[in-house]
Ligand binder design. Structure first.
Ligand code: MFK
Ligand code: FAD
Length: 502
């Protein structure tokens, strides 16, 4: 068979390898402490954590319904690497950083930079972290008091033995996008002020979580509920086991057999009297969980940009090791053009998502202007829907740049593509997020669009010497002058006018 063995692509420190990330941080967050932490973490990711991520992929979770003596246990068995990811996440402050706010308005940028270098090696542990961050955000926004104060401190701790992750149980069989109509789960009030939940959650990810936020319809004394979105409230529940070893109030129906995200358990859950506490006002469930959606959609966008960056880094490295037609791939202009196109997509995605993280940090630090707030609302669905699609295209192209090896399972490359495919589906599909854009345009009487074009104008002004941008400047000026009339008209109309106009 000959003696030739192809050198493999090597994962190097993803922080040191990423000139754009370092340049962005040097400009906005020039703190030695942040740089040295990111550098050390990047080293750990390349030399230690990436192996764990691989172990999560090849040792997927499994469900043990019964113990050897026939007792129902519903035990989700996960790999030791998956458990190590939980401890690492606490130690590295992957959620905590966003709440400690050591770097003020730049804390979210710092946190997301860490997640960005972690994500493709994390064995999808970024999924529970996204939901954990989202749950902490919801609790913070409604007030950190009983019954969720202990949970908040556990979600945001750096101590591995105290750290909790959260689920986000929204989707039911009838409605994942349309949870308002599709949610059948009911909440029966108890004498002590708590509730018992009865229903069936069709998709619940990282189901080994310690707690969850979920939606249900509160029953009145006669057992009746209010239909639609206005009947939904937000509930907090802990996932625990009784002395008999059984999950309290939950049965795990089965684990999903998925295209990707196989490292992580995604289960169907029967809620059979799960004890819960209502944490939103009655009927304000969707509006209250919207804070969680904002956070998880930003995490999703970070994962998308990170997947692109990882495949571009590996493809670039491989191009220095693989020879075809007498020269290295890096010396073939056509191959390099392909990599350059992937690089441009990746840079665009990175800058857009980091800008949204910047806005989130400003809002949370109380320094956001009205324009910032409008931009954050508008750009969150936009960046999620756009990067979700981009990731599939770029990662697919990236696989091709390894030739046949890109299709070979134990290179670890196919998993990147499988995991990218979900990014446009969960946390709101592309069309549902497009409608969310229209929703926020309508609710703000067009002000979010005005903010967007004002922001675009200021960005373009900073690059006024670039002559190829002058058509964009003209277009933005035209949009702003049209919007002026539009916003004035919309402000005088009934709510819903813009939805009809759109
Ligand atoms: C690796 C990293 C990845 C992350 C991990 C992912 C793990 C997987 C987890 C999941 O997939 S969890 C399930 C995620 N599910 C979704 O994202 C649901 C998608 N569907 C939507 O987003 C629908 O648009 C929505 C359910 C919100 C529609 O519900 P409604 O009730 O028909 O909406 P409506 O009546 O327009 O709005 C109700 C309220 O919510 C309004 O507030 P007000 O009553 O105060 O006016 C809206 O303004 C507010 N709202 C809705 N969307 C919002 C929002 N507020 C802020 N931001 C939003 N995006
Ligand atoms: P549907 O809502 O039935 O959508 C089907 C199609 O119709 C989509 O293309 C959608 O874009 C389109 N569509 C729907 N409404 C409109 C409209 N008004 N206009 C135009 N097009 C429309 N959910 C959770 O709650 N928690 C979890 O932890 C979780 N984990 C998941 C893990 C995985 C691996 C996957 C794949 C899903 C997970 N989900 C989870 C579910 C996920 O959030 C939903 O699948 C998603 O929101 C879509 O809902 P649906 O499946 O009901 O699709």
């Amino acid at each position: 068979i000959g003696s030739f063995i192809q050198e493999r692509p090597v994962l190097k420190n993803p922080f040191l390898e990423d000139a754009l990330l370092r340049g962005y941080l040097r400009r906005h967050l020039p703190h030695e402490a942040a740089f040295s932490d990111l550098c050390a973490f990047g080293e750990r990711v390349a030399n230690e954590v990436d192996e764990w991520g691989r172990e999560c992929e090849i040792t997927p979770p499994r469900l043990v319904h019964f113990d050897p003596w026939g007792r129902r246990v519903d035990h989700i068995v996960t790999s030791s690497a998956w458990k190590r990811m939980k401890d690492l996440s606490a130690q590295e402050g992957l959620v905590a950083i966003g709440y400690e706010r050591s770097f003020g308005e730049w804390s979210r940028v710092y946190q997301m930079s860490k997640l960005y270098i972690f994500s493709p090696s994390s064995g999808l542990y970024t999924c529970p972290l996204a939901m954990t961050d989202g749950a902490a955000k919801v609790i913070q926004s409604i007030g950190v008091s009983w019954p969720v104060d202990e949970a908040y401190s556990r979600l945001t701790t750096r101590q591995p033995e105290r750290f909790w992750t959260s689920g986000q149980w929204m989707t039911e069989r009838q409605g994942g996008s349309d949870v308002g109509s599709g949610t059948e789960t009911v909440a029966a009030p108890q004498a002590d002020g708590s509730y018992k939940l009865h229903g069936f959650k069709w998709f619940t990810s990282a189901t080994d979580a310690d707690m969850t936020l979920t939606l249900a319809r509160e029953q009145d004394r006669s057992g009746a509920t209010t239909p639609g979105s206005r009947g939904l409230s937000l509930f907090y529940a802990e996932v625990s086991r009784g002395e008999d070893g059984r999950l309290k109030g939950i049965e795990v129906q089965r684990l999903k057999d998925k295209l990707g995200t196989r490292q992580m358990p995604t289960a169907e859950l029967l809620l059979d009297g799960l004890q819960a506490h209502r944490i939103s006002e009655e009927g304000r469930g969707v509006a209250s969980i919207a804070n969680m959606l904002t956070i998880t959609r930003i995490h999703n966008s970070i994962s998308a940009a990170a997947a692109m960056r990882r495949v571009v880094q590996l493809a670039g490295d491989y191009a220095t090791r693989r020879t075809a037609f007498g020269k290295l791939l890096k010396d073939h202009p056509l191959h390099m053009q392909t990599l350059a196109r992937m690089e441009v997509e990746t840079r665009g995605a990175f800058l857009l998502v980091m800008d949204v993280c910047r806005l989130l940090g400003r809002e949370e630090s109380g320094v956001a202007t009205e324009l910032d707030a409008h931009l954050l609302r508008l750009l969150t669905p936009v960046v999620k829907l756009y990067t979700g699609k981009q990731a599939v295209a770029v990662v697919s192209e990236g696989l091709e740049s390894f030739g046949g090896q890109g299709y070979i399972e134990d290179t670890g490359l196919p998993g990147l593509l499988r995991d990218a495919q979900v990014l446009s589906i969960w946390e709101g599909t592309t069309n549902v997020l497009s409608l969310d854009v229209l929703r926020c345009v309508a609710r703000s009487s067009g002000m979010v669009l005005h903010a967007f074009f004002t922001h675009a104008k200021s960005l373009l002004a900073g690059a006024s010497s670039v002559s190829s941008l002058s058509p964009a400047v003209t277009a933005v000026d035209a949009a702003l002058s049209e919007l002026k009339d539009f916003v004035q008209v919309a402000a005088t109309r009934e709510p819903g006018y813009l939805e009809l106009a759109a």
